[in-house]
Design a protein around this ligand. Sequence first.
Ligand code: AMP
Ligand code: ZN
Length: 270
Amino acid sequence: MDIEKKVRQTLGKMKLNKKEKIIVALSGGKDSTLAAYFLKKFRYNIEGFHINLGIVKYSDKCLEKVKQLCRDLNIKCNYYDVKKEMGSSMCYLRSGIQSRAKGQIKNCAICGVIKKWIINKKVRELKADKIATGHNLDDEAQTFLMNIFKGSPQLSANLGVITRNVANKKFIPRIKPLFYIPENEIKKYVNKKKLPVIYEKCPCAIDSYRIQVRSFLEKLPDKEKQNIIKNFEKLYPKIKKTEDPRIRYCEICGEPSRKELCKRCSLMRI
Ligand code: AMP
Ligand code: ZN
């Protein structure tokens, strides 16, 4: 089946209403760009949202690509500038946390937690019904395996085409239009359509556990990655049962959280 049909089918499964407001979290990279391209092509009601992380030249290039995409697709884009809103760039925030934690926490782990917090909070303020991200089949297979390797398969309860998070009105459901699409197919399609994307990797993405799992998975054919996802879906009902449905609110920022403090505030407090 071709990529366009597969994405259309994945979106069909989600039973979205074409009127609901979907905000696509745009990084400037190929995956989120393609997710926006298809959502627009299939006439969903979308806007973009981009976080400028302030990682010197790299972030400037990402911003430029996002602006170009939103112009090409004729969609509104919303921006969040980490430097302006949080007082310093992601690099500075991260190195502060790392030096206080004596280097125990990896770059991508910190950036990932902060980005997720910003996306949920800001997209809720923009009154969107759904957040769309560019997560693809390779990303999801990596996350599922990482959770197993860490001995915490229950963490995969939030994986899937649509996050089936515990119902909580402060959590905006996340959708992943490219959930079943292998990275190789995305690269080919984005090249063919000449979509405006940044190919450079984030200069801070070094030495993360995900990078190690990714390089292991890269050796496998796409079929094997698809099998990992099929097995995840088979196990999903059992994984979901192990999830703790209780959600509270972070004592510092008020965002939904499983513990007294959300992951972002626990990091900022180190
Ligand atoms: P990552 O955590 O970098 O693998 O990104 C996962 C998803 O988060 C991407 O597919 C995007 O949808 C979204 N995302 C990543 N970086 C940004 C950013 N700077 N601004 C907005 N969304 C982002
Ligand atoms: Zn918090």
